[in-house]
Design a protein around this ligand. Structure first.
Ligand code: GDP
Ligand code: MG
Length: 735
């Protein structure tokens, strides 16, 4: 006689596929008695034996809720097959094992056919079949039914296991139920209640699960015993709902899943991603993205980022500045006086040095940002800020670009514009990269530092905070404006992944930091170099005509001729101004004054000066004179140039002031300058055209010079309007 084997499992686990694989053409289809559920039977002839195989209907459970479930379970109980080959979908193990556990509770030998291994593998799920077999106490055979892979091994395992009697699996359903099951089992045994057909504990369990079919069979068998069982079940039900706010059925399902979970957790399943880590991340997120705590923590994290950046970069910044100072000194000493020297020292070394001086700062900030990004926190920040950004037509992912560009002051719009790449929607991306230049990048900071210290000495922090807020509000409002006009369109939902938190690796941090720093250094080495030379040329040429030069020369000679030789010698040899006699000092200042006037006249006469003068005709509305205009023109090359150009323009030609005064002091004294002018200038600095490198970057990222030109024109116009507003309103208030 052949041995009966039932093929059972969840729908779509591959039963029919395996059935066909095992039986080939030797199959016939009928119906289960009395119902319309199809019954497939077939014979499997193999080296290890001949088996009669039944393809049971697919079910998820063994309750009596559906016809399929009743048919499957009746077959198992009434026909008592020698074995259940339980086919489970390996890519969906947890849910599939829920049925397996119920088979095992019935006390019929089970062999697990771990099907769909190919699918599982594709999804990054690794299953240790040996370990699973060990923990469940049944054979487990990995297979791919569709290709027949594992079929031989399955048959071998079935043949091996078939004679071994299987004890029903005992799962603990918690104290209350376990105790009740014991009590019920005793009654069932004593009364031989349905024991000819079902294991006693299973019947008890079904009574607790309120299984209709068993309840009916039980009532037919013995009304009295059935009544007792129902009473016990109701008692524990009441107790559980009072103490645990649950009912026996829910508890039974929970415990079954708990049992499965505890097995799966014991090195049975490994995900390419770690499930536990995901759960831990969820826990962490409850705190870090909490409605109230989240934003506070975010501000804290950002503050820490900037603290870290400025604290640790201060020293290396000094080194680099020292290095460039030294190079400049060497060049000054070895090169002959003249245009070449002026170009190399003032043009190239100072220009490139100014930008390179920011490298350590940028590097430390990128290190911090890489940490925030690699750890997974950045995605949470984006998640939290999405609600705010969305209002302005941006996206949570825009946050990175804004922060890199100087969202809290410091940073650089060049990597900021590049950081907008993470945005998937082209419109939100465009709005982001057009507005990030409004942030207060590291190059704008020296401008603020100079003006705030000179004109708002008592409220430096307040003014800095106000400037930061103005830049943010401005950026968001402009984004909204752009998104409602030139780049109108639907906003995309937040679909960014929230990856599990992880500790960044040193190597990863280094690579990310270096990539970004290198981009910045390339900017200094290439574009800035060219711009520095161009700017130097514009401020140097066409130079003074011979007549003017001669005029300055003769005034110089006049002074020199009028004083005694000892005083000139004293001026030549003294190291410090303080050592000079009052008389010598007066002469020296007078000479410096003439030199200054000469340089100033020369600057005024230069191309840059002429442009500055021409612009003065409208820039006076914002309080800017031609010297400020030159500085702002320089700022188009790179914002850090604003300060050095102001320095040049204002150190020249102030006859009365000694050379020891700082630029701030000079500006404070200069005619036309005051807090209102300074404030208007800072407003202009926030909003006007991005520096040239950023513009080039915008062109590259948007793929067209159109948007680059737009950002130059639009931003400058906006900046001018705002600074005129600030200057005019400010003047009204102050006067
Ligand atoms: P049943 O509902 O349990 O009878 O499942 P079927 O045998 O009808 O299979 C459901 C689907 O899964 C079919 O499209 C099969 O081709 C497919 N399938 C079965 N086994 C495998 C397998 O091991 N790997 C893959 N990739 N697909 C399978
Ligand atoms: Mg099928």
């Amino acid at each position: 006689m052949s041995i009966a084997i039932a093929l059972a499992g969840n729908p779509n686990a591959g039963k029919t596929t395996l059935f066909n694989e095992l039986t080939g053409a030797r199959q016939h289809v009928g119906n289960y008695p009395g119902v319309t559920v199809e019954k497939k039977q077939g014979t499997c002839v193999s080296e290890v034996g001949t088996f009669e195989i039944i393809d049971l209907p697919g079910t998820y459970s063994l309750t009596a809720y559906s016809l399929e479930e009743v048919v499957a379970r009746d077959y198992l109980v009434n026909e008592k097959p020698a074995m259940i080959v339980n086919i489970v979908d390996a890519s969906n193990l947890e849910r599939n094992l829920y049925l397996s556990v119920q088979f095992m509770e019935m006390g019929i030998p089970v062999c697990l056919a771990l099907n769909m291994m190919d699918v599982a593998q594709k999804r990054g799920i690794e299953i240790n079949a040996d370990r699973l077999s060990e923990l469940l106490g049944v054979p487990v055979v990995p297979m791919v039914a569709r290709t027949g892979k594992g079929k031989k091994e399955l048959l071998a395992q079935v043949a091996k296991a078939i004679d071994k009697p299987a004890a029903p699996l005992l799962i603990s359903y918690g104290q209350d139920i376990d105790k009740t099951l014991d009590e019920m089992e005793k009654i069932i045994r004593e009364n031989n209640f349905l024991t000819d057909r079902y294991p006693p504990r299973w019947v008890a369990l079904k009574y607790l699960e309120n299984d209709n079919q068993i309840l009916e069979l039980g009532a037919d068998c013995s009304k009295e015993t059935a009544g007792k069982l129902i009473e016990i079940g109701e008692k524990v039900g009441r107790h559980m709902s009072a103490t645990l706010d649950t009912h026996p059925e829910g508890m039974i399902a929970d415990q079954r899943y708990g049992f499965i979970n505890s097995i799966l957790k014991q090195n049975v399943v490994r995900f390419a991603y770690d499930r536990n880590r995901l759960q831990r991340s969820d826990q962490i997120d409850k705190v870090l993205t909490n409605r109230f705590l989240g934003p506070l923590l975010m501000v804290g994290v950002l503050a820490a980022l900037f603290q870290f950046t400025f604290t640790y970069s201060a020293l290396p910044v000094e080194w680099i500045e020292g290095l460039f100072g030294w190079i400049s000194g060497v060049a000054d000493a070895i090169l002959p006086d003249g245009l070449l020297k002026s170009m190399i020292v003032s043009g190239i070394i100072d220009g490139v040095g100014g930008v390179m001086g920011f490298v350590p700062l940028i590097m430390f900030m990128f290190l911090g940002i890489s940490f925030i990004e690699d750890s997974g926190y950045l995605a949470r920040m984006a998640f939290m800020l999405d609600r705010v950004f969305r209002i302005f037509g941006l996206h949570g992912s825009s946050v990175m670009a804004f922060i890199v560009s100087g969202g809290i002051a410091g940073g650089c719009a060049v990597p900021g514009v590049m950081a907008a790449r993470t945005l998937k929607s082209p419109k939100e991306r465009l709005a982001t990269l057009l507005t990030v230049p409004f942030m207060n990048c590291g190059a704008k900071l020296p401008v603020y530092a100079l003006l705030v210290a000179a004109f708002f000495p008592k409220s430096q922090t307040t003014v800095m905070v106000i400037l930061t807020m103005i830049s943010w509000i401005g950026a968001l409002l402009v984004a909204k404006l752009l998104r409602s006009t030139v780049i109108r369109g639907e906003s995309t939902p937040f679909v960014m992944e929230l990856p599990p938190y992880r500790l960044p690796t040193l190597k990863g941090l280094w690579i990310h930091t270096w990539e970004r720093t290198w981009q910045y250094m390339k900017k200094a080495g290439t574009v800035i170099l060219g711009i520095s030379i161009l700017l130097w040329t514009m401020m140097t040429f066409p130079g003074l005509d011979d007549k003017t030069t001669a005029q300055f020369e003769s005034r110089r000679t006049a002074i020199i001729d009028s004083v005694q030789a000892e005083i000139l010698k004293e001026i030549d040899t003294a190291d410090k101004d303080a050592e000079l006699s009052p008389e010598a000092r007066k002469v020296k200042d007078a000479l410096a004054g003439i030199d200054g006037r000469k340089s100033l006249t020369r600057l005024e006469n230069s191309f840059a000066g002429r442009i500055g003068k021409a612009l003065e005709k409208i820039s006076y509305l914002a309080g800017f004179d031609w010297r400020t205009n030159i500085a702002l023109l320089g700022g188009f090359a790179a914002k850090e140039v604003v300060v050095s150009t102001l320095g040049t323009a204002y150190s020249l030609g102030d006859v009365d002031s000694g050379s020891t005064e700082s630029l701030g002091q000079r500006l404070a004294k200069a005619p036309g300058w005051g807090p209102v002018t300074a404030f208007a200038l800072m407003i202009f600095t926030i909003f006007y055209s991005p520096c040239f490198v950023t513009v080039a970057c915008i062109a590259k990222e948007t793929g067209s010079w159109k948007w680059a030109a737009f950002s130059v024109g639009f931003n400058t116009a906006l900046a001018f309007a705002l600074s005129v507003l600030a200057y005019q309103v400010g003047s009204l208030i102050v006067n």
